[in-house]
Design a protein around this ligand. Structure first.
Ligand SMILES: Cc1cc2nc3c(=O)[nH]c(=O)nc-3n(C[C@H](O)[C@H](O)[C@H](O)COP(=O)(O)OP(=O)(O)OC[C@H]3O[C@@H](n4cnc5c(N)ncnc54)[C@H](O)[C@@H]3O)c2cc1C
Length: 452
């Protein structure tokens, strides 16, 4: 009899940890993901601001799983899941494939939400992938370059105004890093401009920064950011974003227009579109963020052979963090093993909150672990240690430590390369239309019709 086939969609925390948790099971694991790497998203902001290279936070998935003989890694974008026939349909550019399963773990994560204003994405990239981080790096460093050569004072001001939307951990970290870049790393490098004069604005509709950390740590973080020179605008909703800047509306109804070239969108998440595919076929509900409302054991309603884990699952009390995905993945793997091995059913998923943390600047962070609240240097050391621990791969740990040493000791950044591809690749492909990447690979440029 052939072995039980487990297909896993995604190579993030959910997908990778599900595969690993099945290494001793008598199953055949096929992990399908649209990237070749396992991405450590919590450090994306350091790629965007030149501290780390993309390779340091994104080791190859097949390298991580090379010793796991029961696991195969396939590179492909899953476009459909046929729940009735138990088949996953995917493609690599224009090559189409189907992979059958006996059990399925969907760990496709979440994307950025622009709250119904998807056109904002053209001007304010999100921060979910290596592509996003490199595009942001290109925009941030290019803003200083343009400011150096432009003769128009208004244009110079626009270039030296950086806006970050969303005061969650990613927004706080980005704002702090851009300001440190401007005041420390770039010091003495320009002749026309003073990089330290750059304005960095952190904008959020909420009344405090880092809402999940509570008011005390939120206030401390805001204080540290302001000391660094970040302008924090709270109770401020972004109502429009265009190529020149953005418009915000305050709670009292007043509006403000801010001219800004480099804009970062770090607000809101939206469950992966595969959630909708699952919901349409199973009748499962989606929550407001497009995440699948699963059974207490993380299975899809009516489909005990399908599990949804990580950022794509909606489970009360489980935040969209790495630990939620890791623990959920291990639970789904345990369920599959218990069925095959006829051992005790693990039952409902129980989440163990291991706390959360965010860095604000060099040597300053905040952390909340149960009732313990830490801030400043101690929190920063804890942050450093934990992030190093969770980066996959020995090589990545060593090089990350070296890059951090360069940045923390000398204020320098080793990863300042900016290419045209980073700057315009996403928009150029969008302009060429669906399927253009596959046609380009095949060299069929003549078949490309812009906007088709
Ligand atoms: C900028 C940022 C900072 C963060 N900081 C922290 C932090 O400090 N601490 C913390 O705990 N959490 C943090 N998080 C959240 C944490 O990274 C996520 O909760 C976690 O990555 C979720 O894991 P996941 O496996 O569900 O999704 P992901 O890690 O997003 O993985 C999804 C996977 O699915 C693949 N995929 C998606 N769609 C398809 C498709 N159609 N076909 C094939 N493959 C597909 C993707 O390529 C990816 O491999 C942060 C997130 C971001 C974006």
């Amino acid at each position: 009899m052939s072995r039980h086939r487990v297909v896993i969609i995604g190579s993030g925390f959910g997908g990778l940890f599900a595969a690993k948790a099945l290494r001793r099971a008598d199953v055949e694991v096929t992990l399908i993901a649209k990237t070749t790497h396992h991405l450590f998203q919590p450090l994306l902001y350091q790629v965007a601001t030149g501290v780390l290279s993309e390779g340091e936070i994104a080791p190859a998935t097949r390298e991580i799983l090379r010793r796991q003989a029961n696991a195969q890694v396939l590179l492909g974008l899953v476009e459909d899941i046929d729940l009735t026939n138990r088949v996953v349909k995917w493609r690599f550019h224009n090559e189409y494939n189907e992979t059958p399963y006996d059990s399925l773990i969907v760990a496709a994560g979440a994307g950025q939400s622009y709250f119904g204003n998807d056109h904002f994405a053209t001007f304010a990239p999100g921060m979910k992938s290596i592509d996003d981080a490199l595009e942001l790096r290109a925009r941030i460093f290019s803003a200083f370059e343009i400011a150096e050569f432009t003769h128009d004072p208004d244009e110079r001001t626009r270039m030296l105004t950086f806006t970050v939307v969303g005061a969650g951990p990613t927004g706080v970290e980005m704002a702090g890093q851009i300001r440190e870049l401007a005041t420390s790393t770039l010091r003495n490098e320009f002749r026309t401009i003073d990089p330290a004069s750059a304005r960095v604005l952190l904008i959020d509709g909420a009344d405090q920064v880092l809402p999940p950390f509570g008011p005390e740590l939120g206030a401390k973080s805001q204080e540290t950011l302001e000391r660094l020179g970040v302008e924090v605008k709270l109770g401020a909703l972004v109502t429009d974003v265009d190529d020149n800047g953005l418009t915000i509306r305050y709670k009292d109804g007043t509006t403000e227009r801010i001219e800004s070239f480099a804009k970062v969108w770090a607000a809101g998440v939206q469950g992966n579109e595969l959630g909708r595919t699952l919901a349409e076929q199973s009748g499962a509900e989606l929550d407001r963020a497009g995440r699948v409302v699963v059974e207490p054991d993380l299975s899809l309603p009516g489909h005990p052979e399908v599990f949804v884990v990580g950022d794509l699952m909606a489970v009360p009390g489980v935040p969209g963090v790495a630990q939620g995905a890791i623990q959920g993945a291990r639970h789904a793997a345990a369920k599959i093993r218990s069925r095959l091995e006829h051992t005790g059913d693990p039952g409902a998923f129980k989440y163990k909150d291991k706390g959360s943390m965010a860095t604000i600047s060099k040597f300053a962070a905040v952390a909340k672990i149960g009732s313990i609240k830490l801030s400043g240097f101690i929190a920063w050391v804890a942050w450093l240690f934990l992030h190093l621990l969770y980066i996959a791969g020995f090589k990545q740990r060593v090089t990350t430590l070296l890059s951090w040493a360069i940045t923390f000791i000398t204020n320098g950044r080793s990863q300042r390369v900016v290419t045209n591809q980073q700057m315009v690749g996403r928009l150029a492909l969008e302009h060429l239309g669906r399927g253009s990447s596959g046609r380009l690979i095949k060299g069929r440029r003549d078949e490309l019709t812009p906007g088709s």
